[in-house]
Write a protein that binds this ligand. Structure first.
Ligand SMILES: *Cc1c(COP(=O)(O)O)cnc(C)c1O
Length: 385
């Protein structure tokens, strides 16, 4: 079945008792046992809940994995995964990554003896050089946040398999509609469902998909043990969001491509980071391994004051963190999403104070461009006067 169809059918016809088309919200903590030693399959909602299970089955099918797991946030999902590791373990992770993941590894898991190396994973050679006899996992984000660097999924897997290293992909930016890391050999996929999967800037959630049964077993234990599960209401909202993912993403990436092109031709813009630009260093790789380029882009202005000016003057586009929803958002990675990364490291990696990141929504592209244009013209006038 095609991904578009799987998306629309997420959670449909799961309630044989009533024939309800949409999975009901089982707002229920506990389930009655028929008799001693018997269960309906549901005992207590931390362990399993029918609404959450419908979402978990949907994401497992979409990512072509073994089992899915829903958590209360993307960070709760990543935290549960991190408990697979033990003191002394070493993790190789993309150096351009979500700031919250960096914070979790540095401020929490480092204390427990789990060490992360931040590596430019666009270079398989650099990953290879970073492997030690303690390396337990390679964790990548692709495209990365905020510089949209693309990592070769197949090459990472073949390298890891040779060393019995677990492979984890944060697939938040492209979603299984555009990219399916498990089909390239990845062991685990993680999502912030707060972004494209939910899609409406109205829930916080996280999802994990395990590629094979032994790993599913471990994640199930961790989900039940650590307890950061997604509630029935939010599970339902996420199912509802999934249904329109394909049409939203098609429109969003069409808009993003138009905006990227417009920005590339603007005098005030130094550079544009969008995997769909033919000048993007991993453009060919993106074409090979994903079905599209997504709707996230970043751009660097020539002048720092222009960055602040755009954030102040945009009217339609909201100056807000987060991404992936139907409404367009713009953010300033240096002091927002990536504030926890020390300034010197940030600058060295290219996350400068002239960089803005945009999550392009489903509005009309002309209106979005007009909004950027009026904000930029106010800024340029201010600089001239
Ligand atoms: C937002 C995000 C996270 C964290 O997810 P939350 O739902 O905010 O906890 C992790 N990875 C990426 C790439 C993200 O964009």
């Amino acid at each position: 079945m095609k991904t578009e169809t799987k998306l629309v059918q997420a959670g449909v016809k799961k309630d044989a008792a009533t024939g309800a088309l949409s999975t009901p919200i089982y707002q229920c903590a506990t389930f009655e046992h028929p008799e001693l030693g018997k269960s309906t399959g549901f005992d207590y909602s931390r362990t399993a809940n029918p609404t959450r299970q419908a979402l978990e089955e949907a994401i497992a099918a979409l990512e072509e994995g073994d089992r899915g797991f829903a958590f209360s946030s993307g960070m709760a999902a990543i935290t549960a995964i991190m408990f697979l590791f033990k003191p002394g373990d070493h993790i190789i992770i993309s150096d351009d990554l979500y700031g919250g993941t960096y914070r979790l590894l540095e401020e929490t898991f480092r204390i427990y003896g789990i060490h992360a190396s931040y590596v430019d994973t666009t270079s398989i050679e650099k990953i290879k050089q970073s492997i030690t006899d303690r390396t337990a996992a390679i964790f990548i984000e692709t495209p990365s946040n905020p510089l949209m660097k693309v990592t070769d999924l197949e090459a990472v897997c073949s390298l890891a398999k040779g060393h019995s290293i677990l492979t984890i992909c944060d697939n938040t930016f492209l979603t299984p509609y555009l990219q399916k890391p498990i089909t390239f050999g990845f062991d685990l996929v993680v999502h912030s469902a707060s972004k494209y999967l939910g899609g409406h800037n109205d829930i916080i959630g996280g999802l994990v998909v395990a590629a094979h049964p032994e790993l599913s077993e471990k994640i199930a234990k961790l989900q039940n043990g650590t307890g950061g599960i997604l509630g029935p209401q939010d599970s339902w909202l996420c199912l509802r969001g999934l249904k329109t993912l394909a049409v939203r993403m098609d429109k969003q990436q069409q808009n993003a491509a138009a905006i990227a092109k417009w920005l590339e031709n603007h005098d005030a813009v130094e550079s544009v980071y969008y995997p769909g630009s033919s000048t993007h260093p991993q453009y060919e790789l993106s074409v090979r391994q994903s079905k599209g380029f997504g709707a996230m882009l970043s751009f660097e202005l020539k002048d720092e004051a222009a960055a602040a000016g755009i954030l102040k003057h945009v009217k339609l586009i909201s100056f807000a963190e987060s991404l992936g929803g139907v409404e367009s958002l713009i953010t300033y990675p240096a002091t927002q999403t990536h504030a926890d990364i020390p300034a010197a490291i940030r600058e060295e990696k290219g996350i400068s104070s002239r960089l803005l990141r945009m999550s392009v929504g489903i509005e009309h592209a002309d209106d979005l461009i007009k909004d950027l244009e009026q904000a930029l013209s106010l800024v340029t006038q201010a600089v001239l006067s």
